[in-house]
Write a protein that binds this ligand. Structure first.
Ligand code: OAD
Length: 251
């Protein structure tokens, strides 16, 4: 390890400005005050598991309940700010010639931090789509307690995110797989690496021989397979990593 606790070989690899992909999960937003998925639910929602609310069946059974849960999450996220981890990924995007951010998060904090080249695997909490005809619409009001109706077909609008049992947007998934295929270095940040197909992207990187670094204070099913494990919070590790390609010696 170097003095600032980064593995020396990882520092050397990053200093050579490799083609880099960052794959993020809920952990990167933890220090912004957004709870991760596998944390216990809080407040009003302790009786439910996210899997019981984030599914087409749940919405069919009780659309108002599901809508209210998402409205609560939207209010939490609206009150949150990007943290040093999000900002460090913006710095990496600026510093490296080829950098792609692939995220499982729907909170929009990468975009608010200023990341440009972002592939959203699980959709976007800031928009809605019709559950019946799939017509999209912007989301405007975080306070309404029932889902609005589609202006096209009268169906119920729902958050434009991927639910359990639903396929990921094909274009996002194929773009992500393509970027991983070309990646020399992959940073896997703040994901439990349990939800597929996103978790398969990290496995693809390991299998093809890319250099893979996992940044997560807890071990995951991926931990034993990666080249480097950084047992640190994202907001601690990423600013140190982002400083590496900016150093004069790297040029
Ligand atoms: P999880 O909640 O499953 O995992 C969050 C991970 O972040 C855990 O491994 C934590 O150890 C780690 N973590 C916590 N704090 C951290 C910090 N400060 N820095 C770095 N890591 C930290 O979230 P995801 O893996 O993103 O899907 O979950 C994947 C998908 O499951 C989500 O996108 C969501 C959920 O169902 C959909 O909404 C479709």
């Amino acid at each position: 390890m170097t003095r600032n606790c980064l593995p020396q070989q990882l520092v050397a690899a990053l200093a050579a400005r490799p083609t880099t992909v960052a794959l993020t999960g809920a952990g990167i937003s933890a220090e912004s005050g957004v709870r991760t998925f596998r944390d216990a639910q809080t407040g009003l929602w302790t009786r439910y598991r996210p899997e019981q609310l984030a599914s087409p069946d749940a919405f069919e059974r009780d659309p108002r309940l599901v809508w209210r849960w998402y409205q609560w999450r939207r209010r939490t996220i609206a009150a949150a700010e990007p943290n040093a981890g999000h900002r460090a990924l913006v710095e990496l995007e600026k510093a490296l010639d080829s950098f792609t951010l692939i995220t499982q998060n729907v909170d929009g904090l990468h975009r608010r931090a200023g990341s440009r080249n972002v592939i959203h695997l699980h959709g976007d909490l800031c928009s809605n789509r019709c559950q019946r005809c799939a017509a999209p619409s912007a989301h405007e009001d975080n306070e309404t307690v029932r889902p609005p109706r589609c202006t096209r077909c009268g169906g119920l609008m729902r958050p434009a995110v991927v639910w359990f049992g639903e396929p990921l947007p094909a274009s996002a998934l194929s773009a992500a797989a393509e970027r991983i295929a070309g990646a020399e270095l992959v940073l896997v940040i703040g994901t439990s690496a349990q939800v597929y197909p996103a978790a398969a992207l990290a496995e693809q990187a390991v299998a093809q021989g890319s250099m893979v670094a996992e940044i997560n204070p807890a071990r995951t099913p991926l931990s034993a397979k990666v080249r480097w494990r950084l047992d640190l919070a994202a907001a601690e590790a990423l600013p140190r990593l982002a400083a590496v390609p900016r150093r004069p010696s790297a040029r």
